[in-house]
Ligand binder design. Structure first.
Ligand code: FES
Ligand code: FES
Length: 154
C-alpha cells in the first residue's frame, strides 16, 4: 500500500505517494525526474547514487523513500543555483575529472558532504571520503585534484 510522504528536494517540497519498498534513487529519478542521480549497482557498492539527506551523504539506493518524510534532500541538480555551477562542478570541468560522467554526480555529492564538514581536507582525507565511490574511467587522480582545487578556491 502506498504511503503519502513529503520530500523537500533541493528546497522544494513535493508530496508523493510511494510504495514502502521503493528506494530514494528510484523516486528521485522516476517520480521527480531528477536524473542527475545515477543508479549503478543498486546494492550500496558503487556510490553513483550518493545524495545528501539533512546534510549527510547517503546511498540513495539503500535508503527507503518512506523513511524520509519531511527530510531535506540535496541532489546534484541542487548544487547549480541560478544557472551558476557549484565550485566543485566547476573544478571537475576545469581539471578534466569527468570522462563518461556516470560516477560524477555521486562523487560530487560525496565531496560536498566532505567539504561541508572539513573545508580544508588533505589528499588522504579526500581519498578516504570517496573510497566508496567507484570510477571506471579516470583513475581518480584528476578527481582528487578537482576536489582539492575546489577546497582551495573556497
Ligand atoms: S547504485 Fe547505490 S551504491 Fe551503487
Ligand atoms: S568518469 Fe566514467 S565512471 Fe567515472
Amino acid at each position: 500500500m502506498k504511503k503519502l510522504i513529503t520530500l523537500i528536494v533541493n528546497g522544494t517540497p513535493s508530496q508523493l505517494a510511494v510504495e514502502p519498498y521503493r528506494p530514494l534513487v528510484d523516486v528521485l529519478r522516476d517520480d521527480l525526474r531528477l536524473t542527475g542521480t545515477k543508479k549503478g549497482c543498486g546494492h550500496g557498492h558503487c556510490g553513483t547514487c550518493t545524495v545528501m539527506v539533512d546534510g549527510l551523504a547517503v546511498n540513495s539506493c539503500l535508503t527507503l523513500a518512506v523513511d524520509l518524510d519531511g527530510k531535506k534532500i540535496t541532489t546534484v541538480e541542487g548544487l547549480t543555483i541560478d544557472g551558476q555551477y557549484h565550485s566543485l562542478q566547476k573544478a571537475f570541468i576545469q581539471e578534466g575529472a569527468v570522462q563518461c560522467g556516470f560516477c560524477t554526480p555521486g562523487i560530487i555529492m560525496m565531496a560536498k558532504a566532505l567539504l561541508d564538514e572539513n573545508p580544508t581536507p588533505n589528499e588522504k582525507e579526500v581519498r578516504e571520503a570517496i573510497v566508496g565511490n567507484i570510477c571506471r574511467c579516470t583513475g581518480y587522480a584528476k578527481i582528487v585534484k578537482a576536489i582539492l582545487s575546489a577546497a582551495e578556491g573556497r
